[in-house]
Design a protein around this ligand. Structure first.
Ligand SMILES: Nc1ncnc2c1ncn2[C@@H]1O[C@H](COP(=O)(O)OP(=O)(O)OP(=O)(O)O)[C@@H](O)[C@H]1O
Length: 607
């Protein structure tokens, strides 16, 4: 045993570093239990009925041994008829049948309670995830979050189904048995109780390790899920770089960690029943021996029936403790999961602490005043100031990683500046209600995310109440109608997250159609860098011109055409704004921009 525990401790640091990092204000079992309890109260009536029934059935179960002892005493004294025996046995059958029916009902009701609680937890969790800042998702693997939504929540459900009933009934049974035993024979009660401190010392030792082991196991499950999800999503890249064997190796290491964690979790939880069994047997022998001695010496008013009752109770007495200990194992496992779920629920929502000013329409005036922003340590934008007037097109150019997309992210309100201020129509962006604000914004990404569904549904994502006609109009204006109608199922064509057979250009046309349908006041447009055939490129260009017309447009621009037509061009380098002006002005300056454009032109002409 010493060896096992030493090996376990040896493995601990690897996980405990991250478990310490994850510690939050919910790393407190009582608080976590209370939070679960609040969810259970959603079925208040059923919950209290269940507890009422647990009390009645646990008390009824106490009567059985007393009847049994009575039968033995009457039998020993010879004062017993067959009728008496049948009557008492009848009572026993009746009591145990009632207990069985009640136990069934408790289980049934508890399933309802736990399913309602788990439904509410999952709903809250998903709703909350929708409200979290993007920065929260930047730092986490998506598979890990999914593991919390599924495994951890399932774990809570399983525990609620079984543990809660058992724990309550064990406590009642324990108190009830103790009371009856004390009434029958204080001496035998003390002897029966001797086992309790020994039992608790052992249980405490085991549960300390079990709880830790389950927490580690669940972290390992999340890590495996996260990695599996990442490897499945990134299959194309893994294959392209022939990284299959490396990925398999990493997965093997992670599953091995899970295997180890699972081994210790199961091993420690398996100790409890064995420990309890051993103590039970010892206690059984001691009670029988001492009881027999007491009868032999004719003391303490003890009869054979009393010994029978005590033997029966000693089994029943340690059983609730045994059950309690067992249930605490799964309770700890569920608590570990619940802590992680509540950990997410405690993450600050995007809208919290924000004064809300609803936006019905925007003029599209954007002003950055000395904005500095860092995703992590190194600032991605440094002291940026610029203005874009309503209806203007502003093009952001600069080398990769210079901060162009970050400007769009800040205008969309996905992240807040660390310093300086962003003003929209003269009002601080931080004071605008983000939902209504974003309703007035259209975003066209290079690689738009397509949801599993039809093309019609994906375009309609721009405005959910749009009619079919409006979707067709938007698709026509975006030059997408033609390719859509050539597909066998037209607008009903099913596509998935990966684009389901659509080319990059077609996906971007869908994205433009979606933005057109939204009819935003401010347009954020990330031009595709990927090379597309000339016809599609021309169609996209045309569609973008339609899209940008009459609204403030912020474009991360790659095409010379877009850049030249912009009212204002902002040149970024290493997160700093180094030049600004229109194309002619910037070319005249013969600075970074003109060098960049000349380089591009040379590249185009040489290729
Ligand atoms: N989610 C993120 N978390 C941490 N750092 C980020 C994140 N997104 C961008 N960065 C960093 O911020 C800096 C600016 O990135 P940004 O995406 O704004 O550049 P960009 O000019 O749009 O580049 P590109 O032309 O390649 O798209 C880069 O150093 C980048 O590594």
């Amino acid at each position: 045993m010493k060896k096992l525990s030493a090996a376990f401790r040896y493995k601990r640091p690897e996980y405990s570093a991250s478990s310490r990092k994850q510690k939050s204000n919910v790393d407190n079992p009582t608080e976590t239990l209370l939070r679960i309890w609040r969810y259970m109260l959603l079925e208040k009536r059923l919950l209290f009925s269940t507890f009422g029934m647990i009390v009645v059935s646990s008390l009824l179960a106490l009567i059985g041994p007393v009847i049994l002892g009575h039968i033995v005493d009457r039998f020993v004294s010879g004062d017993f008829t067959a009728g008496d025996l049948l009557r008492l046995l009848g009572w026993l059958v009746l009591i145990y049948t009632a207990v069985a029916v009640m136990t069934f009902l408790q289980g049934y009701w508890m399933i309802t309670i736990s399913q309602t609680a788990v439904y509410a937890i999952r709903k809250d969790l998903f709703r909350h995830l929708q409200q979290l800042k993007l920065a929260f998702f930047d730092k986490r693997q998506h598979g890990e979050l999914m593991s919390r939504m599924t495994n951890d929540v399932d774990n809570i459900s399983t525990t609620l189904n079984t543990s809660m009933v058992q724990i309550v009934s064990s406590i009642i049974t324990f108190i009830g048995i103790l009371a009856v035993m004390l009434m029958l024979s204080p001496i035998l009660t003390i002897i029966t109780l001797l086992v309790v401190p020994v039992m608790f010392i052992g249980i405490k030792w085991i549960t300390n390790r079990t709880r830790h082991a389950f927490r580690i196991q669940q972290q390992a499950v999340s890590s495996v899920n996260g990695f599996a999800e990442e490897s499945i999503s990134g299959q194309a890249v893994i294959k392209a770089y022939a990284q299959e064997s490396k990925v398999v190796g990493v997965f093997r290491d992670k599953t091995r960690q899970l295997q180890q964690a699972g081994f210790w979790a199961q091993t420690f939880s398996g100790f409890i029943p064995k420990w309890m069994n051993m103590l039970n047997n010892i206690s059984f022998a001691v009670i029988a021996g001492v009881g027999a001695l007491l009868i032999g010496f004719g003391g303490a008013g003890i009869t054979v029936g009393t010994i029978v009752i005590f033997l029966e109770y000693s089994r029943q007495f340690t059983r609730p403790l045994n059950d309690l200990a067992n249930q605490f194992n799964s309770l700890y496992s569920a608590l570990a999961g619940a802590e992680r779920v509540f950990g997410i629920l405690d993450e600050q929502e995007e809208h919290e602490n924000m004064a809300k000013q609803t936006v019905s329409q925007l003029q599209g005036d954007i002003h950055f005043a000395n904005v500095t922003f860092a995703y992590e340590e190194e600032p991605a934008l440094k002291d940026i100031s610029f203005s874009v007037r309503p209806g203007q097109t502003a093009a952001f150019v600069g080398p990769t990683g210079s901060g162009k997309t970050t400007i769009m992210n800040l205008i969309a309100g996905f992240y807040q500046p660390d310093d300086g201020q962003i003003m929209i129509d003269g009002k601080p962006l931080s004071e605008l209600d983000s939902d209504s604000y974003r309703n007035r914004i259209g975003v066209v990404l290079q690689q738009d995310f397509l949801f599993k569904g039809t093309i019609m549904e994906n375009i309609r994502y721009g405005r959910l109440d749009a009619t079919d006609e409006q979707v067709f109009e938007a698709a026509k204006a975006a030059n997408a109608h033609r390719f859509i109608t050539r597909l066998p199922d037209g607008y009903g064509t099913l596509i998935g997250q990966d684009g389901g057979g659509l080319s990059h250009g077609q996906r971007q046309l869908l994205s433009i159609a979606k933005a057109l349908l939204r009819d935003p006041d401010i347009l954020l447009l990330d031009e595709a860098t990927s090379s597309i055939d000339t016809i599609t490129e021309y169609r996209i260009q045309q569609a973008m011109q339609v899209l940008m017309k009459g609204r403030t447009s912020i474009v991360v621009a790659h095409r010379l055409n877009t850049i030249e037509q912009a009212d204002n061009i902002f040149v970024l380098q290493d997160g700093k704004l180094i030049e600004q002006g229109n194309h002619q002005e910037l070319m005249k300056q013969k600075g970074f921009y003109s060098a960049l454009q000349n380089e591009k032109k040379n590249h185009v002409s040489s290729s």
